[in-house]
Design a protein around this ligand. Structure first.
Ligand code: ZN
Ligand code: CA
Ligand code: ZN
Length: 320
């Protein structure tokens, strides 16, 4: 009888420890963009340890031309050039542009609101492509009426990055060998998302046998996967896609994907719907309700095309 009081608390302790470890496992892993938090508050003129990570982040999404260091070379600060940690004019300008794109206060320094936006999970496709900011509407093209005025200059259209009218009947395939936990229903998720875009565009989509030729190809990948844009583990970049007529759409295999997401899971349906926008030629939108807005929170669902998305695809392909 005397041992009972000892066994009982031990059992409770064990149970609590087990529960604690289960809870820990279901929580998100380290955020690849989490380094930004330690840089909060930095501004022009300062020399800050780790600032090259911010520069690399901004370069990755098109806001800075020059990588302070090449992606695969940095091991210590010794290998950085002397200006890599300096908050210079061009970094301030890049942050200002980022703040305009995300409708934040344009302060030019790394304030708390900017850090909060930058650390959200996002699409890996850049906001600025070859110097062209896809998130800012051209002031001379306030309407979407004429493709002539839009082609190559609009928010959405980008010269040479749309499907020619001879290729509106697109075929697609899904790389089933790469499917991951939570993405078991990828086929129906993709079919459903393609249908939503088809309703507002001249496209038809037909699935073809895996391994055959197709216009579009969907697959999951981990880390470096052959296109020079390595994935970064759980959080950070969720996926990326190439503009027409490339057709590749890649998803980070390490995310907590789900087609019915809980608090710490990423909604596969929302991200696939977004990525298809790129496959068809759309850039990122500044409208945070739009499917083509670059970031999405854990557990958040954006499964319906919004007015901004519909106007974009219709402007690009001149359908009404
Ligand atoms: Zn995107
Ligand atoms: Ca990731
Ligand atoms: Zn890729």
């Amino acid at each position: 009888m005397a041992t009972v009081p000892f066994i009982f608390p031990s059992f409770i302790l064990l149970l609590l420890l087990t529960l604690a470890s289960l809870t820990t496992q279901s929580k998100p892993n380290v955020n690849p963009f989490g380094f930004l938090k330690s840089l909060e508050g930095c501004r022009k003129g300062q020399n800050v340890d780790g600032l090259h990570h911010l520069k690399r982040y901004l370069a990755k999404f098109g806001y800075l031309d020059n990588h302070p260091v090449s992606e695969n070379k940095v091991t210590t600060t010794m290998t950085l050039n002397k200006d890599a940690q300096l908050f210079d004019e061009s970094l301030e300008e890049a942050i200002r542009t980022y703040q305009k794109n995300y409708k934040l206060n344009v302060t030019g320094h790394l304030d708390a609101a900017t850090v909060e936006q930058m650390t959200k999970p996002r699409c890996g496709s850049p906001d600025i492509i070859n110097g062209r900011n896809t998130m800012q509407k051209d002031k001379t093209t306030s309407s979407y009426k004429s493709r002539k005025s839009l082609y190559g200059t609009s928010l959405y259209a980008y010269k040479g990055q749309m499907w020619p009218s001879s290729e509106y009947q697109l075929t697609y395939q899904i790389q089933s060998g790469t499917l991951v936990k939570g993405a078991e229903n990828m086929r129906s998720v993709v079919a459903d998302a393609l249908n939503k875009w088809a309703q507002y565009s001249p496209f038809t989509f037909q699935e073809v046998v895996e391994g055959s030729q197709s216009n579009l190809i969907f697959g999951f990948a981990e880390g470096e996967h052959g296109d020079g844009q390595p994935f970064d583990g759980p959080g950070g970049v969720l996926g990326h896609s190439f503009y027409p007529t490339d057709g590749r759409s890649h998803y980070d295999a390490t995310e907590n994907w789900s087609d019915d997401p809980g608090l710490y899971e990423m909604d596969l349906n929302s991200v696939v719907l977004h990525e298809i926008g790129h496959l068809l030629g759309l850039g990122h939108s500044q409208d945070q309700n739009a499917v083509m807005f670059p970031t999405i929170g854990q557990g958040m669902r954006k499964r319906e095309l919004q007015q901004d998305d519909v106007e974009g695809i219709q402007a690009l392909y001149e359908t009404t």
